[in-house]
Design a protein around this ligand. Sequence first.
Ligand code: C2O
Ligand code: CU
Length: 525
Amino acid sequence: MSGPGRISRRTLLAGVLGATGAATLGIVAGCGRTASTDQTAVLLPSATPLPERFTVPFAVPPVKRPIAREAGLTTYDIVQRTAWAEILPGLSTEIMGYDGLLPGPTIRARRGERVRITHRNRLTVPTVVHLHGGHTPADSDGYPIDLVLPEIEGGAHHGGLHTDETGVITKGSRTYDYPNDQPAATLWYHDHRMDFTGPQVWRGLAGLHLITDEVEEALDLPGGDRDIPLMIMDRSFGADGSLRYPALDPELADPPGVYGDYVAGVLGDVILVNGRPWPELEVDAVRYRFRIVNASNARRYRLALDPPPPSGPSFVQIGSDGGLLDAPVGHDTIQLAAAERFDVVVDFGAYPVGTAITVTNALGVGSTDAVLRFRVVRAARETSRVPARLAEIEPLVPAPGATVREWRFSRGGAGGPAHWVINGLAFDPSRMDARPRLGEVEIWRFQTDLHHPVHVHLSPFQVRRRGNRGPGEWDRGWKDTIDLAPLETAEVAIRFDDHAGRFLLHCHNLEHEDMMMMSAFETVR
Ligand code: C2O
Ligand code: CU
């Protein structure tokens, strides 16, 4: 086990070999058990026998009930607390959850409905709430040093590296305001505490936040019980059912970070969908909408249906991170990195009643090579459709001479907890690395050494190119996270609107994020 001040040999090796090409990275990006060129992360195996897959019934996270709804403002109260959950059959697992749930309760809002959520911290660690994909004012965006300290006395001190005076620290609770002034989309909220996001999301601090609007409602897409989130997370469990995580300090106080090779990212061997291991969902032989959210710390997936439908594509993608596409697009596989979302329609009407259909994961091995199973149990009348036109998407066109910014994601130098850096610099919450002007389209270029899912807060972007090609198969629509492969470059167009203040750009491999792969920028008028 190496301390936070040492860079692990394997990570170091990754950088050295990185220059020789992506093909060699499997040796270093995975350990013996997961050797793979597809993940920059290392498997932490469970110490308990894994349950048989596709035996646990599927569940949908509950929708949160507001405490008040008046004049366009809806108010909620969420308690962050520990709870015991039966995740693996017969074992009890202590989690940290919003309202004690994993995932947390789902917030549903209409476009333009202001939502005010008071989060109460009844945990023993500081927390920060971020609405991922939200077009949110800076003071509610969950800047990582805007800590909410535990309500109870004697909680862990807010250890870590950056607790400078520029953070707005509250004790016990904090109220976040979400204007939801953005198109219908599948968003999610999760912890964003400085230095400790990885372990706190791993323990359960993540939930869905869904926005709808008139455009979406006019489309007759599958709705109601046939509009289903699939929040996918990999986890590992100890022999006693506890969540395993390689934190240097299991109390999550000091020091931050993970030991050994896990600085590359932590992979679990149990795949949870909405908090259930490899569940089975019974479906009618009609179309369903699935909102796929990769809420894993570091794991990438390539999903397919087995068997595929006798004709037509397995998935009809209707939306991406930031909302609906302009037109549906068929895929036989969906590849997604941490934090990406794909809204897809699957037509079970193409299968005979009685068929079991497995959602496989070509980037997983052994237990992680599948995610969940559908079972077509009855015929039903089809009431939905997938129209040829979905939403209007305004193309972001940079003006001649538009600002171009370059962001290089790479391993950090030797020494210190900065295992991962952007443009050679470790995150410093008081240093603004860019000052984009609100309302102006800019060109941002990302460049990687290993896999880095790059995420930008505040506003979504449109992918213009990957390397010297156009956008990739899974890059359509409004994106807020882009899955970048080793030694890849990508160019996106981005425009920040409305909210002046400081926001973040970071790698959404949460171990990379915690180990300094973040950058702050300030939007200005
Ligand atoms: Cu999903 Cu800055 O985060
Ligand atoms: Cu990364």
